[in-house]
Each structure stands twice: as structure tokens, then as C-alpha cells.
Design a protein. Structure first.
Length: 320
């Protein structure tokens, strides 16, 4: 019995018994797949598939048991290769991280320091990218891990693991009329020019969505690229501003006030994004364990995340 035969068997099952599709996925010929499956069946002395004419339509009862065992065998094989890679590389190599602006968690630096202390040969690389670019790098195998804001669409080829939940806050000059209102509403905020992040930022999208759903025209007059720029505009009296909680120290801005708008906008989640086909190295697992020790990832079973892992309240440098 050859490992290649088990790979071919698994892929044919995954492709709903379409040998042509399995061959394309495996970058081989249909005849090669058929031959390997015939040799496997002959060696085992059992029929693996049910047929309709010459076409495969399903698995026999014994074929079902063997297909299930094949999944486990391939998982163990993958783990063996990972162990070998770790020892062959001597805990070295590179860990390539992409992050959307401001999406880097507050303990990122600490996680890098601890990881380098334990694996001094590991080179950690961080690249700041727009979310769409970061996702393409992950999909293309040019990055191993992403630190990004919550996805706005399904990611079938990636795994998203929520880490932290953040809330929006309104920053106004001290004594601004909004500070006298008993209850802040979207209609009340729309009476004043506002500033926030650019339209591509997830925080900005959350703001625009809230106003749109309420049937109120968005009051965002200034689209800016950083929290510090937003604070500058608020300080100068040009606008009131939306920022993410704990993104700055209020003590450094005594002329500003923070108003609670949690009831107006839903929270923002930031998390880890991993390609489903990422090469799982000891360095990657070590880094994630320091970055998110509460996150229970089953590394040996399709990067599944255990139920009950909820994002914690964010602290530090949140996503935009």
C-alpha cells in the first residue's frame, strides 16, 4: 500500500467520485488515478466503490470504513512531516504576519518577544497592509498569519479566530453641546460635522451602516487615516470624531471629552486569520499560543476552533 494511493482515494471521495475532477486537483491524469485505485483495491482484496456502469457512484460498506481510516492516516502523515520540518529547520525559518492598520493586538509585541526568546532562530516578519491585500497574501501563500478586522464575507479557504471586541466612542471638545444631551441619538449626531477613518476601514463601514439603517444621512465630513488625525480635527473644532475605545490616552488631551455611543453602533471584532493550507510549524503554534493563550485551535484537525472561544474586551491598539 502506498501513501499516494490513499491520497488518490481521499481526493476521489472529496470530488464526489468524479475521477476527472480528482485528477485535475492532484495535477495528474485520469488513467493514473484509476490505476492507483485499482491496485489499492486488488492489494486489499475488497471492492472500494459502487458503480453505475463504468462510473463510480459511491463507496461500498468496507470502502466507507477504509475512507474514514484514510482521513486519519493522512492527518497523521501530515503531522509527521510537520515534526520533521521542525527538527530539520532547527526551530528556524520565517513567520510572515500581515496586519491591517491598527489591527495589531496590544500584546503583539510581547508575543514576538516571548516567541524569539524561546525560538531565537525564528525570524518574525510583519507587514502592514489593507485588509483586501492582506487576504490575498494569505491566500497566495505569501503570508502565514493575519491580524485583521472581522471579515465582511465568508472566507471558505481561510480560518478566522476572533480575539478581541472593540467599541466605538465619540470624542468632542470639552463643553460641546453633545455633552448636555440626556440621550445621544444618530439624529442628534447628524447635526454636527463628524470625522472618522477612510471608507475602507471597518470602523467607518460600521458607522455608515448604522446611519443608513436609521435613514439618516451620514455626517462624516472628514475621512482620515489615523486616530491622531481625528483627534487633531476635534481639537481644532472642525468636527466631532469617532474613534475606537482605548485607542488613545485621554489624560494627554485634557481639552477633549469621550461620550458613550455603544448603544448606537455594533462592536468591532479583530482576530487571527490563517490559511487552511498553511504549513503548521512549531514557530506558528508557539507564536499563536503567546498572542492568544485563550484560543483553543485544533491544529491537527483542519484548524478548527473549539466552541466557547469568545472575543475578549479589547485593550490597546484596536482595529480600524
Amino acid at each position: 500500500m502506498k501513501l499516494r494511493q490513499l491520497v488518490y482515494l481521499h481526493e476521489v471521495v472529496q470530488q464526489s467520485f468524479n475521477i476527472s475532477a480528482a485528477a485535475n486537483s492532484l495535477f495528474t491524469s485520469q488513467s493514473g488515478v484509476s490505476r492507483q485505485l485499482q491496485e489499492l483495491s486488488q492489494e486489499l482484496g475488497v471492492e472500494l466503490f459502487t458503480h453505475h456502469g463504468r462510473r463510480l457512484v459511491g463507496l461500498t460498506e468496507v470502502g466507507k470504513e477504509i475512507a474514514e481510516a484514510t482521513v486519519e492516516a493522512l492527518r497523521i502523515t501530515k503531522r509527521i512531516k510537520q515534526i520533521a520540518d521542525t527538527h530539520r529547520l532547527g526551530e528556524s525559518g520565517a513567520l510572515r504576519i500581515v496586519a491591517s492598520r491598527h489591527a495589531m493586538a496590544s500584546n503583539l509585541h510581547q508575543a514576538i518577544v516571548r516567541c524569539r526568546q524561546e525560538l531565537p532562530g525564528l525570524q518574525v516578519e510583519i507587514s502592514q497592509e489593507e485588509p483586501a491585500v492582506a487576504l490575498e497574501l494569505l491566500r497566495g501563500g505569501r503570508a502565514d498569519l493575519g491580524l485583521l478586522t472581522e471579515p465582511t464575507e465568508p472566507l471558505p479557504d481561510l480560518v478566522y479566530c476572533p480575539l478581541a471586541e472593540w467599541r466605538l466612542q465619540l470624542v468632542v471638545p470639552a463643553g460641546h453641546p453633545c455633552t448636555e444631551l440626556p440621550d445621544l441619538t444618530l439624529e442628534a449626531l447628524a447635526a454636527y460635522p463628524c470625522c472618522s477613518f477612510e471608507r475602507s476601514a471597518r470602523t467607518r463601514q460600521i458607522i455608515d451602516e448604522a446611519f443608513e439603517l436609521a435613514g439618516v444621512k451620514s455626517p462624516i465630513a472628514f475621512s482620515l487615516d489615523s486616530t491622531s488625525s481625528i483627534l487633531d480635527y476635534v481639537q481644532s473644532g472642525l468636527a466631532i470624531g469617532f474613534v475606537v475605545e482605548d485607542s488613545f490616552q485621554l489624560a494627554h488631551y485634557p481639552e477633549l471629552q469621550i461620550l458613550d455611543v455603544h448603544h448606537l453602533f455594533h462592536p468591532l471584532t479583530t482576530g487571527i486569520v490563517l490559511p487552511r493550507k498553511v504549513r503548521i510549524t512549531h514557530g506558528l503554534r508557539n507564536f499563536v499560543s503567546h498572542l492568544a493563550p485563550h484560543l483553543a485551535i485544533d491544529w491537527d484537525n483542519g484548524l478548527t476552533v473549539a466552541n466557547g472561544n469568545h472575543p475578549a474586551a479589547g485593550r490597546g491598539q484596536p482595529g480600524n
